[in-house]
Write a new protein. Structure first.
Length: 390
């Protein structure tokens, strides 16, 4: 089977080698292992994006078909024909094309590419993000209207398109719109990522860990506030933040440090930068005691699977697809979003209750075992193969 794949995350080509962010690279290599050819219809990385592309694709049957540099979302929306015409000839030779969504170009593929079966792989929801967007200018208002318009076009195209989703919430949202819909979890876990331990929180300093994008909507300001509350409660905790900021100026990180200084906890927060998926990132999980992800909204973050695979107890907000997969006090401790007091109380409860903590670690580890890239990729290929044959 020959598969095409589109997503707006760019590729960095260095000689004959192709580099992408790790979370995407592991997925693409897993797909390539199951098909004859994997065409990547993607954009060329700029200098900043090349830095973020830290994973070298391994399979030789992966071919990159360039769509040029990634332009702003509005430009891709308005000039979709000019962009997509670059790939029509090769796209028509594919058995199917997976369009990872949401993305500005998703609604327009069917206008120019007719032979392959098109599949939307939906891993998030623009509108949910828009609900958290604070309107401060006319530009922000225009962006909100654009997101609503793109989501409407996206749903209209689903009536003739098969859909893969990574959470029950997305399944419920798009079930009535899609030609067919299938639940496939997104993960980067391989067997080598698993690390067994019975308990954490055994050392003098309790290491809290967050991994992911550095942005306000991830609840990081509330996390800093909870750090201060815990230290006032005589908990010897330190916050470790592993990740990257979309804004190259580092404005969010700077604001977090200022908030920490105002709360007198600047000496108990450490920014480690971005760590590559695999040994470097796993090392951070294995040195930590509690994984905390206090996002305002989410699909289902792969970082939760990563934390669980490394025997970390998880404190997470009850948002998006997270409660669809996890059960409070069984494999996670839930906290309300935008509530630093509740967050501090739940982290303290995790520290103070070893029996509950060990149960959450064991149950989370077992759940992660069911969600490796091998299991989910095999399931996805079976679904796609059946769709193509029909």
């Amino acid at each position: 089977m020959t598969i095409g794949y589109y997503y707006h995350i760019p590729i960095s080509k260095q000689g004959d080698a192709l580099f992408v962010p790790g979370y995407l690279g592991i997925f693409l290599d897993a797909i390539a292992a199951k098909v004859k050819i994997l065409y990547l219809f993607m954009h060329d990385a700029n200098e900043q994006q090349t830095v973020e592309a830290d994973y070298k694709l391994k399979h030789k049957n992966i071919e990159f078909i360039s769509l040029g540099k990634a332009t702003p979302a509005w430009h891709r929306h308005l000039f979709h024909k000019k962009i997509l015409q670059k790939i029509i000839a090769i796209a028509e030779t594919c058995d199917t094309i997976i369009i990872r969504s949401p993305t500005p170009l998703a609604p327009f593929f069917a206008k120019y590419i007719h032979h392959p079966r098109l599949i939307f792989m939906v891993v998030g929801d623009y509108l949910e993000g828009a609900k958290q967007f604070k309107i401060k200018s006319i530009r922000d208002l225009i962006m909100i209207q654009y997101l609503k318009r793109n989501d409407l076009l996206f749903r209209e195209k689903m009536r003739n398109t098969d859909v893969l989703v990574n959470s029950p919430g997305l399944f419920n949202k798009y079930q009535k719109f899609s030609k067919s819909i299938h639940l496939i979890k997104t993960t980067t876990l391989t067997e080598s990522d698993f690390f067994i331990r019975k308990d954490t929180c055994q050392n003098e300093i309790i290491e809290l860990l967050y991994t992911g994008r550095i942005e306000a909507a991830k609840g990081l300001f509330e996390l800093v506030e909870s750090l201060a509350q815990l230290r006032r409660n005589n908990k010897n905790v330190r916050l470790n933040i592993v990740g990257w900021e979309a804004d190259s100026t580092g404005s969010v990180q700077a604001a977090l440090l200022n908030a920490a200084k105002e709360l007198s906890v600047e000496n108990f927060i450490v920014f480690h930068g971005k760590k590559s998926i695999g040994p470097a990132l796993n090392d951070m999980y294995r040195k930590a005691d509690i994984y905390v992800i206090p996002s305002y909204h989410e699909g289902f973050p792969r970082t939760i699977w990563e934390a669980m695979a490394n025997s970390l107890p998880v404190v997470a907000t009850h948002v998006g697809g997270i409660p669809d997969y996890l059960t409070n006090l069984e494999n996670v401790m839930f906290v309300e979003p935008k509530n630093s007091v509740d967050l501090a109380e739940k982290i303290q409860a995790m520290i103070d209750n070893p029996d509950l903590r060990m149960a959450i670690i064991a149950n989370g580890y077992a759940l992660a075992k069911e969600n490796t890239i091998e299991i989910q990729t095999n399931k996805m290929i079976r679904v796609i193969d059946q769709l193509v044959k029909n």
